[in-house]
Design a protein around this ligand. Structure first.
Ligand SMILES: Cc1cc2nc3c(=O)[nH]c(=O)nc-3n(C[C@H](O)[C@H](O)[C@H](O)COP(=O)(O)OP(=O)(O)OC[C@H]3O[C@@H](n4cnc5c(N)ncnc54)[C@H](O)[C@@H]3O)c2cc1C
Length: 327
């Protein structure tokens, strides 16, 4: 369905500057975004929104057209940053200084329980649950440091989000929405040593307010044949993709057998102890999409392996879901 771009923002730059157009074109090229150029100016399409730069006499106008307010805010922030990099300031009209950062919802912890051998199941509730649960698989949680009153990121006077710093800096891990319904979102959090999120989840957070920003990240690849490989952190994403794919799927999970839950009865799923060996043993995936997620080192190795097997970059995803601490 075509997105209706019926939300908008406008700003102006008081100097006519080739630098603004050049900066926008350079960013569009580095993000592989489509650009249309005409006598009036140029337009870039990003994340389902359109960013237009229109030459005036004097100065320039910036327009953002997007299907929802969150995207307007995100694109406004990106445009502010791109222009700031070439020394230009955008004066945005109707900027809601002090509003919560674009896409941020404040939610309540409504449930925390242990599932399987190594997971904590977390339920958050709030009016934005439906928005956060669709259009992307992932959400970034915002957790204040233990004992600190939460200071939430808010829109600053320039259009950029102002994030709390120092002792008020928020922990910002990304998790997959494993399920959602009217007013609620569920997450499965893999528990590992040294995890601020797991420490928080195990510290009786019921009733607490937390931030959730998104949705973001990937979605289920649109393909007839899906090959999925992941460690425990990728289990929720693989669970979602197995439920959403329109094609046939084959998933290999590197996890404790006791963590498989309902996936243990899914004939499309097998468990392994060596994810790289499982990837290397995959038959020819021609015509399908290979999706791999684990720690950064294995994601890099997976990318090299798949390129060496002749897959093009559009035929696979190799995502770093976490990084090992430096030795
Ligand atoms: C798109 C995306 C979706 C994700 N979805 C999920 C999900 O649904 N469920 C889930 O559990 N995780 C998921 N992850 C992974 C999760 O964001 C990371 O594991 C993150 O580091 C968790 O934050 P933390 O507070 O536990 O640890 P951090 O503060 O990030 O790290 C603390 C320490 O823990 C180590 N560490 C981090 N992750 C692991 C791990 N998995 N095993 C061992 N050591 C680790 C780090 O090296 C560091 O030393 C996802 C990541 C991405 C990018």
């Amino acid at each position: 369905m075509a997105h209706l771009r019926n939300r908008r923002a406008e700003g102006s730059i008081d100097r006519a500057s080739g630098a603004a157009a050049a900066a926008l074109k350079a960013r569009a090229a580095s993000w592989s975004l489509p650009v249309t150029e005409g006598p009036e100016g140029l337009a870039v399409t990003l994340w389902g929104a359109e960013l237009r730069l229109i030459a005036l006499d004097p100065g320039m106008r910036i327009e953002i057209l997007a299907p929802e307010d969150r995207l307007v805010g995100i694109v406004r922030e990106a445009a502010t940053e791109i222009m700031a990099e070439v020394g230009l300031t955008v004066a945005w009209t109707a900027l809601e200084v002090g509003a919560l950062a674009p896409g941020l919802a404040l939610m309540q912890v409504a449930g925390v329980r242990q599932v399987g051998a190594n997971f904590t199941h977390l339920r958050l509730t709030g009016p934005d649950a439906a928005r956060l649960g669709q259009g992307g698989l992932h959400v970034r949680l915002l957790l204040p440091q233990a004992g600190r009153q939460a200071i939430w990121p808010r829109v600053g006077p320039s259009g950029r989000t102002v994030w709390p710093e120092g002792a008020d800096a928020l922990h910002r891990p990304v998790y997959t929405v494993v399920d959602h319904g009217a007013g609620w979102l569920d997450f499965d959090i893999f528990c590992h040593p040294g995890s601020p999120t797991c420490d928080w989840a195990q510290g009786a957070p019921l009733g607490q307010q937390v931030g959730a920003i998104g949705p973001g990240g990937g979605s289920c690849p649109d393909t007839d044949r899906l090959w999925l490989f992941g460690d425990q952190t990728a289990m929720p994403a693989i669970t979602r993709m197995l439920a959403e794919t329109r094609g046939t799927a084959c998933a290999v999970l590197c996890c404790d057998a006791a963590d498989l839950g309902a996936l243990a009865d899914d004939p499309r799923v097998t468990r392994c102890d060596d994810l790289m060996a499982a990837l290397e043993a995959m038959p020819d995936p021609a015509g399908g999409h290979v999706w791999f997620a684990a720690d950064a080192a294995r994601a890099r190795a997976a990318r090299s392996h798949l390129l060496a097997r002749g897959l093009t970059k559009t035929q696979f995803t190799a995502a770093a879901y976490w990084s090992r601490a430096e030795a």
